[in-house]
Design a protein around this ligand. Structure first.
Ligand code: NAG
Ligand code: NAG
Length: 127
């Protein structure tokens, strides 16, 4: 079982106002600075260690959108989109931090590109 990180609890408690705020931010960001999109796959001990939940929580804290899911290969994969420096912060977290009981051996990034508009409204866990 995954302990709920504090920020996730706060998000759950204030979901509607936060979602509106995120939408406003996304609109501002898309005109202000270049947006990036990148795919990732994390290798190591990353399943059964709350990795997806912590990824979702961190993405929301940083302010990027996209998704995360398990693969049948025992890895965690997904996509991150947002302003370049926020995407870079998320890349660093996905390479070096992860959830408290995970062990990251390596993280592959692919399909990195500039986009004109975010393709997601939030960051979510896919099943
Ligand atoms: C994801 O990983 C967890 C832990 O290994 C497992 O319980 C769950 O069934 C997996 N989900 C999918 C969609 O593979
Ligand atoms: C989050 O994004 C997904 C896919 O982009 C969408 O299906 C879902 O409704 C969104 N959830 C919220 C709470 O906005």
């Amino acid at each position: 079982m995954c302990p709920l990180p504090l920020a996730a609890a706060a998000v759950a408690a204030a979901q509607t106002p936060l979602r509106l705020l995120n939408r406003g931010l996304a609109a501002t960001m898309s005109t202000a600075r270049p947006l990036k999109s990148v795919d990732y796959e994390v290798f190591g001990n990353v399943q059964g260690v709350c990795f997806r939940m912590y990824t979702e929580d961190e993405a929301r804290k940083i302010g990027v959108v996209g998704w995360v899911k398990n693969t049948s290969r025992g890895t965690v994969t997904g996509q991150v989109q947002g302003p370049e420096e926020k995407v870079n912060s998320m890349k660093s977290w996905l390479s070096k931090v992860g959830s408290p009981s995970s062990r990251i051996d390596r993280t592959d990034f692919s399909n990195e590109k500039t986009i004109s508009k975010l393709e997601y409204t939030n960051f979510s866990v896919r099943y």
